[in-house]
Design a protein around this ligand. Structure first.
Ligand code: F6P
Length: 340
């Protein structure tokens, strides 16, 4: 079988592990693997090249994606789906492995509905793809964010400051909650639980009166104030729904500084969370998903996404993902905010 491979949406550490696994495992089945450059855009434009074992040598520890990526949706582009089908026909590609987040999976499902055989692999540092416990990239992002919170801790304490740390997470606060717990943040603000700035301020004032002279507040970029509370704010987004980095962090900093008089600073971690060497966990997850995707295609499966549930890798029908994201469960949200 001639299998096409693409990575779409924002990059994450661990993508190259998945690419390597698809190429190596695919070749051991006797399949030919070709890579499309820059996600769905490469399929539409016919930007494709063969991938062999030598292409994936030494890529395991490398961040980013050796195939390039783009935020591009063929089903929302005039003639996009037709162009995908004609490239696949011209290149004699019989099946696709699409590695991406919810946008890439949605596009993959649309393409699968035209009769193309497709298996998806979930990746996003946000960890909000529905149907899987983990997505490639999340573990690395959490360890980068945790290290940042640790580093900010020492300077916060030295200067008796309130430090705001803004992390990624558009629709879900997975990075904020896990790095907040691991790094010992006092307050964590997430999209799942809209906040009341007056309550945030009260908790900080109480802590600073009772037993501390510094605090760390981790804010997910998609955090919003609760309706009817003292702070009015509209999330600022770009062309593809990506959140304008720094906006909520800066605003929370200003509110806290003005309402408390505490010396307050903000750090926006931004794309640092998406770059660099993947952790062992992300390399392993990428490798497991790559192998599972090739096995699935070889068994004739289509329109499914690889997923991890507990210790097991399973296949989830793409139809079940439509319109869903995976929020942080209440017990984790609670732990993030009770250890003040
Ligand atoms: O979807 C993953 C993500 O990292 C989000 O957390 C963030 O809002 C977005 O990508 C940033 O997108 P871009 O790289 O296009 O700025």
């Amino acid at each position: 079988m001639r299998i096409g491979l693409l990575t779409g949406g924002g990059d994450v550490p661990g993508l190259n592990a998945a690419i390597r696994a698809v190429v190596k495992h695919g070749m051991s089945y006797g399949h030919t693997i070709v890579g499309f450059r820059n996600g769905w855009r490469g399929v539409v434009e016919g930007d494709v090249h063969d991938l062999t074992r030598s292409d994936v040598r030494n890529v395991l520890p490398l961040g980013g994606t050796m195939l390039g990526t783009a935020r591009f949706h063929p089903h929302r582009t005039e003639g996009g789906l037709e162009a995908v089908c004609s490239t696949l026909e011209a290149e004699k590609v019989e099946a696709l492995v699409c590695i991406g987040g919810d946008g890439t999976m949605h596009a993959a499902h649309k393409v699968a509905e035209t009769g193309v055989r497709i298996v998806g692999i979930p990746k996003t540092i946000d960890n909000d793809v529905w149907g899987t416990d983990r997505s490639i990239g999340f573990d690395t992002a959490v360890s980068v964010a945790t290290e940042a919170v640790d580093r900010i801790h020492t300077t916060a304490e030295s200067h008796n400051r309130v430090m705001i740390v803004e992390v990624m997470g558009r629709h879900a606060g997975w990075i904020a909650v896990t790095a907040g717990i691991a790094g010992g943040a006092e307050i964590v603000l997430t999209p799942e639980e809209p906040f009341d700035i007056e309550q945030v301020v009260k908790r900080l004032q109480h802590r600073h009166r009772a037993h501390a002279s510094f605090s760390i507040v981790v804010v997910a970029e998609g955090a919003v104030p609760a309706e009817g509370t003292a702070m009015e704010y509209t999330t600022q987004v770009g062309k593809f729904g990506e959140i304008i980095a720094g906006a909520i962090g800066e605003r929370v900093k200003r509110e806290i500084a003005e309402r408390t008089g505490f010396d307050t600073r903000v750090t926006v971690l931004g794309h640092v969370q998406r770059g660099g060497t993947p952790t062992a966990a992300d390399r392993i997850l990428g490798s497991r998903f790559g192998v599972a995707a090739v096995d699935a295609l070889s068994e004739g499966r289509s329109a499914v996404m690889t997923a991890v549930r507990g210790e097991e890798v399973v296949l989830v029908p793409m139809a079940e993902l439509a319109g869903k994201t995976k929020p942080v469960p209440p017990d984790l949200l609670r732990i993030a905010n009770v250890l003040v």
